[in-house]
Design a binder for this molecule. Structure first.
Ligand code: GDP
Ligand code: MG
Length: 207
């Protein structure tokens, strides 16, 4: 399968350290261990692209990558790897610092097109994910839910798990977000996710 050229642009805590917001940008966020680095690497078809974001001490920063295009088009786009949440044992001050930075980024990044919120398909809906969804909705920040590790369950169990999530969200939302089912191991969902990015990139360039 076609690999995408991708390069690490830098990391930073605040807007002054982020790349100029001229290209369409997609942010990846989720609880630690959800499979964020694996998904980013799988999408780009590059081993160890997102490894840099695992470096201790840099995990509290937004990591930016520029990707050369998708499977079918060459228009460049930006990928932002956000620090994970859901550590049980993180001190409150650190959690608040995380929240401040991530919220500032999500609210104020002008070229942000969509937040991909990653959810482990094996788990029941987690409070921290639901809180994030709630907040994104209230802030009117466009997002999609990306279920990860689909290879770990049988297809019917994957569908059942997604259905639980949909039912829960339907209690609060009239319109459900777009959902993707992915696996870094089998590469399920790669084409679909890249097509989605393609479409949004095209809309961005048309305006
Ligand atoms: N079977 C399987 N394991 C995965 C998948 N994605 C991630 N993992 C494993 O889950 C663990 C955490 O993945 P990682 O990408 O580092 O998660 P992150 O903390 O969200 O960046 C690692 O052991 C990965 O090998 C997947 O799609 N399928
Ligand atoms: Mg990671």
């Amino acid at each position: 399968m076609r690999n995408l050229r991708a390069e690490h642009l830098g990391s930073g805590r605040e807007a002054a350290h982020w790349p100029k917001p001229t290209l369409p940008e997609y942010a990846f966020i989720g609880r630690s261990n959800v499979g964020k680095s694996s998904l980013i690497n799988m999408l780009c078809g590059v081993d160890k692209l997102a490894r840099v974001s695992n470096t201790p001490g840099r995990t509290r920063l937004v990591e930016h990558f520029q990707v050369a295009g998708t499977l079918t088009t060459d228009g460049p786009w930006l990928l932002a790897d956000l620090p994970g949440y859901g550590f049980a044992r993180v001190a409150r001050t650190e959690r608040e610092a995380w929240q401040r930075m991530v919220r500032t980024y999500l609210r104020e990044r002008p070229n942000l097109q969509c937040v991909f919120l990653l959810v482990d398909v094996r788990l029941d809906p987690q409070r921290s994910d639901l809180d994030m969804i709630q907040w994104l909705g209230e802030e009117a920040i466009p997002f999609a839910i990306v279920f990860t590790k689909s290879d770990k369950l049988s297809p019917p169990k994957v569908q059942a798990s997604v259905a639980v999530f949909r039912r829960l969200l339907k209690r609060t939302w009239n319109e459900l977000p777009t959902m993707f089912i992915t696996s870094a191991d089998t590469r399920e969902g790669r084409g679909t996710l890249l097509e989605f990015i393609d479409q949004v990139n095209a809309d961005f360039r048309a305006t």
